[in-house]
Design a protein around this ligand. Sequence first.
Ligand code: SF4
Length: 411
Amino acid sequence: MEKKYQVSVVRQREMTVQETVRKAVDLIGGLKKFVQPGQRVLLKPNYTGLLVPGSGAVTSLEVQEAVVLLLQEMGVTDITIGDGCGTAHIGTTRIFEETGVKAMADRLNVKTIDLNLDRMVEKSDPRFREIDKVKVAQTMYDVDLVINLPVIKTHAMTNATCASKNLKGAIAPNEKRRFHKILLHQAIADMLCVMPPVLTIVDGLVAQEGLGPAEGTPVPLGIIMAGENTLAVDGVALNIMEMPLEDVKHLCCAVEMGLGSCDLKDIELLGDDIAEIRRPFRPATSDIKEFPGVEIYTENACCGCISTLMIALGRMNAIGDLPKFKDLQVCVGTTLPEDVVFKNMCFIGRCTRTLYNKTSQEADKADKVHLICEGCAPCALEVEEGIRAVYNIDRSDPNFCFASAESIEKP
Ligand code: SF4
């Protein structure tokens, strides 16, 4: 290819966050290349849930404020911060209030919006392979510029998430859930076809490894990245995480569809040497645990279902409910040991469909097997709700959520 995608990577070192963000954006042409005074801008941070900035799970307030101040400095005053949080039962409005986003926005005279509650516009594209249409928040198209503000994380269902997947927050809540009932990776790639052009500024001050996108471990990386092509930005993020592209299927699908490149040979890297930043990120699957009283069968399952199951059981355990689920058995993947004694077998994920069909036809097992969900990969909330429905046990604390920021060292 002739023209390379520009991606900047800037280490914070002794600079302020604002200086670091400014330098990263200036290296790819400066904000004036993307927006003019008087135009409207939407900032799209990553708000996975009620998670404390600093956990590496959500975009920091400092980076959002730095971008707002840089925009205001050049005469852009119509600024909105918006996300459509995947934990819709908590709600983006409450998340913005409890994590400090709303207070910061008020102080800076900036609007906020819950994209889940926005008017939705239906989009389709002839390049779609898994979906035929998708509903996206209207505000994404009403503004003159969307600034995508993701973080760098390992992810239970997609192995890694950064620029491209963060845009999934802009689709309708029922679409977010639908994507987990079909081929998630291709659906995300399809969705990217109809997203407006975005400027991505990655908050890599604190990243996250392990059981992301919410319950992982903070990684103080101390960088800001910027770029126009989301796949190129993701390609550099993967390189920093030492994660091969083939492990991140939604990016493979998007590259195959011609939406950009994750290959460093197609990318003009600007700023600091990423060799000094690169370090292996511990994958989500490394956090597989055992839960007393629960039989877990994972043969031939991939990280999507295994990690999702870990998150779901982890939440049920943390809330104190798991011991109530007597004789709970869960199966992800394609096989079960021949000598397994069926008690209350919950099948999770598309791969278990054949096993469920077979066992549900057998008289001695029919009332002991349950097909919880068939997503590939399903979402953790759906898995938890499905298991709870089998036992008819509600959450003992309906407001329970993770807010597990650990104290971290400054890079
Ligand atoms: S359904 Fe199968 S392929 Fe899909 S995430 Fe689960 S184990 Fe992996």
